[in-house]
Design a binder for this molecule. Structure first.
Ligand code: MG
Length: 193
């Protein structure tokens, strides 16, 4: 239910407003693009499993596969990060995306959650299948009120992408909507302080 999910998101943002404010004010919790992330950074934070959001982080909205630069980054990253695991947790785990990862990155698991972020279902699933502590996992996400708040709520480390991929030419309406949403959630969290 869409409305239930919005209410859940608002309540979660209120509950974790100080943690979310940290993401807005502390550059060490942010990243410009996922390309800037190195296995070395993760080892420095004791991260043994990486969870990647799709839309905005790996590609613009509705893309069928990751951006070309991200693909090259992911190949190198996965090689260096091995034997540790990478997971993809998207609110839109489409068949094309699933097939893409199965075919090109068989070691990366795309997790299908019962309920979308900000519900923690997908993260809890990953904690279980990875057999890691929540704090040994890191979620990279461009949305504070969905991915980041879900991570905070279950003790998974968060990394907030501040310059997500957008494709206004292909998807002007949807991308503008999400640009507005990202802006609004930031304003809302600042007002909740
Ligand atoms: Mg996203």
């Amino acid at each position: 239910m869409m409305i239930a999910r919005i209410i859940y998101a608002l309540r979660a943002c209120w509950r974790y407003r100080s943690e979310l404010m940290q993401f807005i004010s502390d550059p060490s919790l942010q990243i410009n693009k996922v390309l800037d992330l190195t296995p070395h950074d993760l080892f420095g934070h004791d991260v043994r499993g990486l969870i990647l959001d799709f839309d905005g982080v790996l590609a613009p909205h509705a893309a069928l596969q990751p951006n070309q630069k991200v693909i090259s980054w992911l190949e190198a990253f996965a090689r260096e990060f091995a034997p540790y695991k990478i997971y993809v947790l998207s609110n839109k785990p489409t068949r094309e995306r699933l097939e893409y990862f199965t075919k090109h990155f068989p070691n990366i698991s795309m997790v299908i959650a019962k309920r979308k972020k900000p519900y923690p279902d997908g993260l809890l699933q990953i904690i279980k299948i990875s057999a890691l502590d929540a704090k040994q996992l890191m979620l990279v996400d461009d949305r504070l009120a969905t991915g980041i708040v879900a991570a905070v709520s279950v003790g998974v480390q968060g990394c907030w992408v501040t310059n997500p991929y957008v494709d206004l030419k292909t998807n002007p309406v949807r991308e503008s909507f999400f640009i507005g949403l990202r802006f609004l959630e930031k304003v809302m969290i600042k007002l909740m302080r």
